[in-house]
Design a protein around this ligand. Structure first.
Ligand code: CU
Length: 160
């Protein structure tokens, strides 16, 4: 239900009907973008050379997009991982080649689920610093994002 119309009907019932004119052309496509938010990465204490990164990918466009590649100057390679629990109740991770982000939906990468996995971390991720990452999407192309390093539920290390 159009809020403006309801308001209009309630307040100006009589006049409104006579002055109906085509609505001004609104820029409806203005916000149709891929939005990356809530990004962060886990610190790498004690010489560990792997870490995990998390973020939310919101697809405001009208077409499905796919995350197809991830790279960072701070790691030799970055993979997209999925974490699931096996029959024995052990958390397992596996790399996925791409991650679909349906039109109008958002995908959350967070501890215990989907995550970005940094391998061959060249210099430890220290609390407070920001890790530059480039996400490449099939439609949107390459998007740069920074992941602030902060403490949080860690990766657990299971499965690697
Ligand atoms: Cu992983």
């Amino acid at each position: 239900m159009n809020k403006a119309l309801v308001l209009c009907a309630a307040l100006f019932a009589a006049a409104c009907g006579q002055t109906q004119s085509p609505a001004p052309t609104a820029p409806q496509e203005a916000a149709a973008t891929l939005e990356l938010r809530d990004a962060w990465a886990a610190p790498t204490p004690g010489g560990v050379d792997v870490s995990a990164g998390y973020l939310t990918i919101a697809n405001g466009t009208s077409a499905e997009d796919q995350l197809i590649a991830v790279a960072s100057a701070r790691a030799e390679r970055v993979e997209i991982h999925e974490m699931t629990m096996d029959e024995a109740g052990v958390m397992r991770m596996r790399a996925v080649n791409s991650l679909a982000v349906p039109a109008g939906e958002e995908i959350n990468l967070g501890p215990g689920g989907l995550h970005l996995m940094f391998f061959g971390v060249t210099q430890p991720f220290a609390l407070g610093e920001e890790i530059p990452v480039t996400l490449t999407f099939a439609n949107a192309g390459a998007i740069d994002v920074v992941l602030p390093v902060r403490a949080g539920a860690t990766h657990g290390g299971g499965g690697h």
